[in-house]
Ligand binder design. Structure first.
Ligand SMILES: NC(=O)c1ccc[n+]([C@@H]2O[C@H](COP(=O)([O-])OP(=O)(O)OC[C@H]3O[C@@H](n4cnc5c(N)ncnc54)[C@H](OP(=O)(O)O)[C@@H]3O)[C@@H](O)[C@H]2O)c1
Length: 257
């Protein structure tokens, strides 16, 4: 069903996953573009409820700290835009409450990217697809986004048949705990801790002083889901199912891209 609710000039914005690596970036960008928000609501799990996160302010929201609220269905009452980055399971669980509250959900997870009723939008490539959303707009995997921004002007000159791409991705792509693991592991490794005593939780192998060609889970064909995402998301964003993509995605021991 088409979305008919008009967006107010000063929307109430919820950042769902505000304590995470992506949530922190959402807050920074809201400030950088001085988004005309009437209110910015920081939401996370019950673990973070009551904590504060720094916010430099935007629109009608002054600089200071935001008190984190637990993300419950009720937390979206009065919200106009909900920026989601709390994992696919949380996005799926909250979708109905968010749209029922009249908010547009802009989802950073993989939960709805390939759903037929959800546009997958990169503003520099297919901004027109926002027009047919019905309450949820997805944004792609970070590797796909960067690639299609570079491909689009070439594609406009001459349709692209095939793309061969390799990515070298920082620990930040796996979230805040993964960044902490790289940091701690590097310190412990340099202090002489043997391999078998290092804490390895966020990645499949030691990431300190290593590269791992394994991001997300393995698919039946031996590729990884990260690589698969680059293949299928590119076709959807470029609106061209004929583009062939061969992707190799590698995690590297860098904190942030
Ligand atoms: N990092 C990237 O570059 C990147 C890029 C594209 C997409 N994504 C996607 O964005 C999502 C978040 O990634 P991230 O890197 O920001 O992860 P993260 O650093 O681990 O942060 C996760 C956030 O989600 C919240 N959360 C976790 N479980 C929750 C629950 N049950 N209810 C409510 N909130 C919950 C956490 O709150 P607490 O602090 O309270 O636990 C935290 O705010 C993932 O779907 C990821 O695939 C990440």
């Amino acid at each position: 069903m088409a979305w008919t609710k008009e967006m107010p000039a000063n929307p109430v914005v919820a950042v769902a996953g505000a304590t995470g690596a992506v949530g922190q970036e959402f807050l920074r960008v809201l400030h950088d573009v001085d988004f005309p928000a009437a209110e910015v609501r920081a939401l996370a799990s019950a673990r973070s409820a009551g904590k504060t996160v720094p916010f430099e302010g935007c629109g009608q929201v002054p600089a200071g700290e935001l008190t984190v609220q637990e993300m419950t269905p009720e937390a979206f009452e009065g919200v106009d835009i909900a920026l989601f980055s709390a994992g696919a399971g949380v996005s799926k669980a909250m979708r109905e409450a968010v749209t029922a509250a009249g908010a547009v959900m802009i989802d950073n997870s993989s939960a709805f990217r390939m759903d037929e009723d959800v546009p997958l939008v990169v503003p520099e490539v297919n901004p027109q697809d926002v027009a047919w959303h019905s309450g949820v707009i997805a944004n792609p995997n970070c590797s796909t986004i960067q690639m299609v921004v570079a491909l689009k002007p070439l594609y406009d000159l001459s349709p692209i048949k095939r793309v061969v791409v390799s990515t070298y991705q920082a620990a930040s792509g796996a979230g805040a705990p993964a960044m902490a693991e790289l940091f701690d592991q590097t310190r412990d490794y340099l202090n002489g801790t043997p391999d078998e005593e290092l804490t390895i939780e966020a990645f499949a192998h030691r990431i300190a002083f290593n590269t791992i060609p394994h991001i997300d889970v393995f698919m039946d064909d031996g590729s990884t889901k990260e690589e698969w995402k680059m293949v299928v998301e590119t076709k959807k964003i470029m609106n061209d199912p004929a583009i062939e993509v061969a992707a190799t995605c590698v995690r590297v021991p860098v904190l942030r891209c």
